[in-house]
Write a protein that binds this ligand. Structure first.
Ligand SMILES: *[C@@H]1O[C@H](CO)[C@@H](O)[C@H](O)[C@H]1NC(C)=O
Ligand SMILES: *[C@@H]1O[C@H](CO)[C@@H](O)[C@H](O)[C@H]1NC(C)=O
Ligand SMILES: *[C@@H]1O[C@H](CO)[C@@H](O)[C@H](O)[C@H]1NC(C)=O
Ligand SMILES: *[C@@H]1O[C@H](CO)[C@@H](O)[C@H](O)[C@H]1NC(C)=O
Ligand SMILES: *[C@@H]1O[C@H](CO)[C@@H](O)[C@H](O)[C@H]1NC(C)=O
Ligand SMILES: *[C@@H]1O[C@H](CO)[C@@H](O)[C@H](O)[C@H]1NC(C)=O
Ligand SMILES: *[C@@H]1O[C@H](CO)[C@@H](O)[C@H](O)[C@H]1NC(C)=O
Ligand SMILES: *[C@@H]1O[C@H](CO)[C@@H](O)[C@H](O)[C@H]1NC(C)=O
Length: 911
């Protein structure tokens, strides 16, 4: 996005409290121009103070509800647009947003976009016709003093909004044991036995809930009604003053199952999931002295239920009184069923006056640094950049912020250049420990440069063209990852911290008052330049080889790369940090090379156990193999510098009497290949497990590609080089073919790699790039999906023979099931498999340029895992949480077992 579009879209959004006629109500008429009162007596306030987006008129004129005559809509961009509403922390609210399209943009393109409540995903808004408002509702315990309603991710049309409504609940209404962790998304609120299609709301419902008539016909909604179901109603008052206080008028109508049963089936929006589900019952018929109305709840296709019997009159202590049986937590499918069955000794059939079903939606409390950033923007109330609202990172980041893709993201970049900042550099910035890039240039900042010593990830900092004074803090020079520092054109003075004059840091400090290197540093610099000379200096830096270390304090190693790309070992092997084992030690450990656990191009691999109990794998170098001594030395030197949780740990080497051995940690579960093509009992049958392995391997490769400088290309990625430990976590192995990639240039060498995994571009160029590894990884992903080996006439047919062609063909015809391993447990989420398949096919694109980076791949894998986890949670959690529910939170009044049943047949996806 360019600077001018920022100006267009960043706008002020703190809402003035609407002057609501009803206490606790707030009604915002989005896009409206003047306050008005609608036909039911609700006062509406236009959102005219919010100068973001644009107003438009819909194609309808409704004199009773002029709030639907206008909308506010937003441009098509990557930003989110948020309305921020003041709330009282820890009060419960109903939050409702409505969307009446009304062809406001004269395109008749029905919009589709996502809304969130703060950082929590709320709903996907899909407009299906121009005239019907789409309504989405949440019940929340306000976690903060304000709530943001954000619109983002338009996948069709323009994002827009018609109204926002806030209703405060009284007392313990809608209390739930889980309210600190979950919002409740309204999926159904039905008034049974309704006398017309009209919904019931304010003023009949003092809290303005919208009770939908059961007479409204919608596809797959309240269908399969049992024969003999009849409406009944009364005009007598109903006592409703407890629980959720459903309106009297709603309770005055009901359905009864005169032939003994009441059944309903309905699609529940956004389910499957965990639900808060309650029925509202009241006896509204005058039963004779010898009459009873008793019924049981049954699960039509589920396990047998217990014998709890509902007797409304008895349970509610009389006629015309509310009784609320239901569940605080029950797992419901997308297609849910309800069955009440009269007991044999009951003279009347079951009754149902109303019910509500909410889906629990886990609250996302936002990014790590939300509080610091809230402080920063709060101190700049007038600035446009400070008004974007919501969380800095979620669900989309502010336009001047970039975040990483962690589940709880951290801010990695802040760009406030040219934003007219005044005063000191905001102190909040020094607390953003994940920050990699900071742009504050071109403002009117004054005062001194704060201590950024805590920003250990900071690489680039732009402070130029401000009015900063004082000296540069020495902590700046000590930041380990710093690459570029710009402080020119300020009023800085004093001695430049030594660390900033390191040769690998770009440092511009011209145009300051009196900022100068110490005398000593100046001399050193001159010496370097005069003796080494520019050209050599460049070569020297290209030869620097650094990997990020997990452990602090480990020395950084250095391997020379000659200008021709060949490896040049600096000094004798013995001086390298790699541990050298005595041959006798290895002979002992392996009981004279007793147990062969593998064979590779390198030679054989033996199992061993060191005296200290560590289990090891010993790779013995076979001089007759294709790989030479150079590879051996290459590997030892490299390996001793590469440490990562998802790379097989190198313990040392042994080199004497013509034997060359590499000693690794022993990986109990062997190779991924074995586990994909194993007999069923050894095969990994869980998709989630396979995803974990993909994630582990991607992390290992990401480290090679991005954690080391220059990058390391594996050059022989394949499933047999992914090893599994006893916990089935994966590590990448076999760096015999790894080569350093000199900055910018590409190392070529003799033909390497394994048929089936080899980058087709390599045939043309004879050069390996990081994208060759990506190709290999894509093939591994296809193996994880299909369980097949990359080359197979048996599975892929004579024509394709090759997993890539085969998978591509099926996916292009939309048939993902054809490539999914039949031996996977069927619990996987198809969306997650789609995601991985799409990534895999990106990875195996013929041209390296078109393939994603390993970090992008990792992100997709993590998203796929998230999809799995969410689904697994909704499958399992209900039982867990319900079991943990203390008795005082059992369903309202005494019922612990009545209410909804679930169907176990196929659950279609959400939409
Ligand atoms: C919303 O809350 C903020 C912070 O407490 C306050 O400054 C502002 O005036 C409030 N807005 C309204 C309209 O009450
Ligand atoms: C919307 O309609 C009103 C009259 O009903 C008109 O005054 C106004 O200009 C219209 N606004 C737009 C953006 O068309
Ligand atoms: C508008 O409200 C009036 C009275 O409140 C009612 O008679 C009329 O039917 C309403 N019109 C519509 C379109 O709802
Ligand atoms: C938003 O859209 C992007 C890309 O289309 C997608 O990856 C992401 O999951 C969407 N987010 C939500 C919350 O739907
Ligand atoms: C909600 O509580 C307030 C204060 O306790 C009371 O004045 C009000 O009448 C209650 N509202 C309803 C609808 O019960
Ligand atoms: C319902 O019951 C009545 C009388 O008990 C009977 O006449 C009628 O056939 C039943 N209807 C159905 C659809 O079972
Ligand atoms: C209940 O009692 C009434 C008379 O009081 C009688 O007419 C009716 O048949 C009885 N019903 C049952 C189910 O016994
Ligand atoms: C910059 O800030 C000054 C003082 O705060 C203000 O007068 C000026 O209009 C601002 N300029 C821009 C472009 O926002």
């Amino acid at each position: 996005m360019d600077a001018s579009s920022y100006l267009l879209v960043i706008l002020v959004i703190i809402l003035p409290m609407a002057k609501a006629q009803v206490p606790g109500f707030m009604n915002i008429d989005c896009g409206g121009t003047s306050a008005h009162t609608d036909d039911i007596g609700l006062e509406w306030t236009p959102d005219s103070n919010y100068p973001f987006g644009q107003r438009a008129n819909t194609s309808f004129v409704n004199n009773n509800k002029t709030q639907f005559n206008t909308v506010r809509f937003f441009p098509t961009d990557d930003r989110k647009y948020c309305y921020t509403l003041n709330t009282t922390t820890r009060l419960r609210y109903l939050v409702r947003a409505t969307f009446l399209y009304g062809n406001f943009d004269n395109t008749n393109v029905y919009p589709k976009f996502v809304i969130s409540l703060g950082a929590t995903n709320w709903d996907m808004i899909i407009i299906k016709d121009a005239a019907t408002p789409v309504v989405s509702e949440m019940v929340v315990l306000a976690p903060f003093p304000s709530l943001s309603i954000c619109l983002f991710n338009a996948s069709s049309g323009l994002r827009f909004i018609s109204t926002i409504e806030l209703r405060q609940f009284n007392g313990s209404m809608y209390y739930s044991y889980f309210e600190d962790q979950y919002f409740m998304f309204m999926a159904a609120r039905v008034n049974f036995g309704a006398e017309s299609n009209a919904s019931i709301r304010y003023p009949d419902d003092p809290f303005d809930r919208i009770w939908e008539s059961d007479a409204i016909k919608r596809p797959n909604y309240l269908v399969d009604v049992a024969p003999g179901t009849e409406k009944i109603s009364t005009t007598k008052p109903i006592y409703v003053d407890h629980g959720e206080m459903p309106p009297v008028i709603v309770m005055q109508t009901a359905v009864v199952g005169n032939n003994g049963t009441l059944t309903y089936r309905m699609n529940l929006q956004n389910f499957p999931g965990n639900a808060w589900a309650f029925t509202y019952l009241a006896e509204i018929e005058d039963l004779g002295p010898n009459e009873t109305r008793q019924f049981k709840v049954e699960l039509p296709w589920g396990p047998p239920t217990n014998d709890a019997i509902v007797n409304v009159q008895e349970n509610a202590n009389g006629n015309y009184r509310l009784y609320e049986p239901g569940f605080y937590n029950v797992s419901l499918p997308y297609i849910a069923s309800l069955l009440f069955r009269q007991t044999h000794d009951s003279s009347r059939g079951p009754i149902l006056n109303a019910f509500e079903v909410f889906k629990y939606v886990a609250i996302n409390f936002g990014s790590l640094e939300a509080t610091a950033m809230a402080g920063l923007v709060a101190r700049n109330p007038q600035a446009m950049w400070a008004q974007e609202g919501g969380d800095p990172c979620l669900p989309a980041s502010w336009s001047w912020v970039q975040c990483n893709s962690d589940i709880q993201p951290e801010i990695v970049s802040i760009d406030l250049s040219g934003k007219n900042l005044t005063g000191n550099i905001p102190q909040e910035l020094s607390s953003l420990t994940g920050l990699v890039e900071l742009y504050l240039n071109g403002n009117s900042l004054i005062g001194s440069v704060p201590d950024f010593g805590g920003l250990l990830n900071l690489q680039i900092i732009h402070l130029e063209n401000n009015g900063l004074t004082g000296s540069l803090p020495s902590s700046l020079g000590k930041l380990p990852k710093l690459k570029e520092v710009y402080v020119q054109n300020n009023n800085l003075s004093g001695v430049i911290p030594k660390g900033l004059l390191r040769k690998n840091i770009v440092f511009n400090y011209s145009g300051n008052l009196d900022l100068h290197p110490s005398q000593e540093a100046k001399n050193n610099l001159i010496i370097v330049f005069s003796t080494v000379g520019g050209a050599l200096l460049v070569i020297f830096c290209a030869a620097c080889y650094l990997c990020k270390y997990k452990k602090k304090g480990r020395k950084r190693g250095k391997i020379g790369l000659l200008p021709n790309g060949q490896l040049n070992l600096l000094g004798d092997l013995d001086t390298e940090p790699a541990h050298r084992f005595e041959l006798s030690e290895i002979e002992n450990a392996t009981e004279n090379f007793e147990k062969v656990i593998g064979k590779g191009g390198f030679g054989s691999v033996y199992f061993g156990k060191l005296d200290d109990g560590r289990e090891i794998a010993v790779k013995v170098h076979n001089t007759e193999s294709n790989q030479g001594i150079r590879e051996f030395i290459n590997e030892v030197t490299l390996l001793s510098r590469i440490h990562h949780k998802h790379l097989v740990k190198f313990l040392g080497y042994s080199q004497q009497e013509g034997n060359h051995m590499l000693i690794y940690e022993f990986m109990h579960e062997g190779t991924l290949t074995e586990h994909l093509r194993a007999p069923p009992e050894k095969k990994i049958s869980s998709w989630a497990k396979r995803m974990d392995i993909a994630e582990d391997a991607a992390k290992g490769i990401e480290y090679l590609h991005t954690g080391c400088s220059p990058a390391i290309i594996h050059r022989d990625l394949k499933s047999s080089n992914i090893l599994l430990d006893m916990n089935m976590r994966a590590k990448v192995s076999d760096f015999g073919l790894s080569k350093l990639m000199a900055d910018g240039s590409i190392v070529s060498s003799m033909i390497r790699g394994t048929f089936g995994y080899l980058d087709p571009e390599y045939y043309a160029t004879q050069q390996f790039t990081v994208k060759s590894d990506i190709f290999g990884f894509g093939v591994i992903l296809l193996e994880l999906i299909s369980g097949y080996s990359p080359i197979s006439t048996e599975h892929f047919g004579d024509n394709s023979q090759y997993i890539v062609e085969w998978a591509r063909k099926h996916i292009e015809s939309g048939n993902i099931h054809a490539i999914i391993d039949k031996s996977l447990e069927p619990t996987y989420e198809i969306q997650s498999v789609w995601k991985i398949t799409e990534v895999a096919l990106m990875c195996v694109k013929p041209r390296g340029m078109e393939r994603p980076s390993i970090s992008e791949i990792l992100k997709e894998i993590q998203e796929a895992i998230l999809i799995e986890q969410k689904a697994a949670t909704s499958r399992v959690e209900s039982i867990d949480i319900f079991a943990r529910t203390p008795p005082e939170f059992a369903p309202k009044l005494d019922i612990s077992n009545s209410a909804f049943s679930t169907e176990s047949f196929a659950q279609p996806s959400l939409r």
